[in-house]
Design a protein. Structure first.
Length: 276
């Protein structure tokens, strides 16, 4: 009996790769450089956070990954292919939940992009109900957006995005407009969904605490224009970690890196040790 030859499985590269990305756009007083020479990799299953102060270009960088703007220099690749425009493999959840058409029910809001993509109505309704159940809104399928709280609208937006089954979920400060208690609840919900499904996420925030509890890897961007300060591993933290000495030390270390360090090329990702 002949033994079949061994199959060599090549190592899997990153799902998303940004290489030396510089982004500029036209502002009221001329050309504005949003980011400069930013590089990072996002692997499947990552909860990758772009963290930096307001105006550092993190949301602009997310929009470039979404395909809405093109870099001035450098490249963005998804699955090894250049990003040249928007696509269903990248779905964005924005901070503004009023993006939900008010004349459509919750279920129809989730169904809408599925139908627009060519899915038949029965399949779209089944998928919409599945994801509404996942975010705890099964009983609100027939409700209209104006009857929902901010947290519930956030959950509808997340359900709609995940129903599209994107390669990567792009989240632009999705909980920033919520009160502190609702924001914590949504962070718990997002973490629970990730543990169950294992989707890939690129998450933008200016909150160090949120970055630590939401992400497993954090890219720190300097004040305007955004340059890479450091890349850190934060998988050891969750919402139960908040208030611990290690969490507080990590928070302080990130603050120092963001505001007190000179800009330099990103080293290999480092763990956030309590003594750092």
């Amino acid at each position: 009996m002949t033994t079949p030859p061994l199959q060599v499985v090549p190592p899997q590269g990153p799902l998303l790769r940004a290489e030396h990305v510089t982004i500029e756009y036209a502002g009221a007083q001329g050309i504005v450089r949003a980011t400069e020479d930013v590089s990072f990799d996002v692997h499947r299953g990552d909860r990758f956070v772009l963290l930096g102060p307001s105006g550092c270009g993190k949301s602009t960088l997310l929009k470039a990954v979404g395909g809405f703007i093109a870099p001035r220099a450098g490249s963005l690749r998804l699955g090894g292919k250049p990003i040249t425009g928007p696509g269903p493999d990248r779905i964005v959840v924005f901070q503004e939940f009023d993006q939900l058409p008010p004349w459509k029910t919750v279920e129809n809001n989730v169904m809408f992009p599925l139908l627009a993509g060519g899915m038949n109505k029965a399949h779209a309704r089944e998928r919409a109900r599945h994801w509404l159940g996942k975010v705890g809104l099964a009983g609100f399928a027939d409700a209209y957006p104006h009857t929902l709280s901010g947290g519930m609208k956030a959950r509808v937006a997340i359900a709609r995005a995940l129903a599209m089954q994107p390669e990567i979920l792009l989240m632009d400060e999705p909980f920033a407009a919520l009160d502190a208690l609702t924001r914590r609840t949504m962070q718990e919900q997002l973490q629970s969904l990730w543990q169950e499904i294992g989707f890939t996420m690129l998450f933008v925030t200016h909150s160090i605490e949120e970055a630590l509890v939401v992400g497993n890897r954090i890219l720190l961007l300097s004040p305007h224009p955004g340059r890479v300060r450091a890349e850190l591993n934060s998988h050891q933290f969750d919402l139960r970690s908040a208030g611990s000495l290690e969490f507080q030390a990590a928070n302080e270390r990130i603050h120092r890196l963001l505001f007190n360090s000179p800009t330099h090329a990103a080293p290999a990702p480092q763990p956030l040790a309590a003594h750092a």
